[in-house]
Ligand binder design. Sequence first.
Ligand code: 15L
Length: 269
Amino acid sequence: MTARILITGAAGIVGSLMRPRLAAPGRVLRLLDVAEQRPAEDGEEVELVTASVTDLEAVERACEGVDAVIHLGGHSLERPWAEILEVNINGTHAVLEAARRAGVKRVVLASSNHAVGFYERASGEAGDALFPQPDSYYGVSKAALEALGSMYSARYGLDVIAIRIGSCFEKPRDVRMLSTWLSPDDGARLFEACLSAPSPGFRVVWGVSDNTRRWFSLEAARELGYVSEDDSEVFAAEVIAQHGEPDPESLALKYLGGVWVGPDFDTAV
Ligand code: 15L
């Protein structure tokens, strides 16, 4: 079991969901965020670090003595280009470079469906090896994150797994998420698989539960040892009662990135 893990962006949505789920006897979670974090609870084996992922020296210090890094830090929604460039792209570079300098051998990167959001949904599953087709600056930053991960793996021998996360929330929030949902428990199972798979090299995998309405392939994640135990279908009646029947002609269901391909996400600044 991976004994000491650095998690960046630990106070964010996915980070907060993973904090209790990745805790394990004999394991210390070093939690880094620029935002304030919940103090350690009694018996919780955590070390809190306040720093930005863009601060290379601080991240390098945070990497000392660490067995693996889970990089979740960065903007999780669309932002102006300058912010995406600084926090998401330069930040991912800093995290990979810090891991390399500190001798950390494995990095798991949070990519996103928005790296390939402009693919029109085909009848079959979206494969694991889709070439980037980002739907936003945020999506571009995730394509860059994958490219940086590939380079650090090939050039410096790090094991790097980029997870194209669908929608990781407690519950699916709309009809699209009945397809794209990654349950928090499955998210933890997938991170554990990424941490323990023997010598994966560089991989890109989808991060999604085995939903009845799933759009994305699970093959590459399963190769790492991931076994999904959840299915959003248990929420389908509730979600459809709240949001209406799915309309296959809506942007939300026509593109992998959903409404992100539409004008509301055109932030060309
Ligand atoms: C993401 O990458 C976002 O971080 C998250 O907030 C959701 O929008 C998710 O994708 C999604 O597509 O549902």
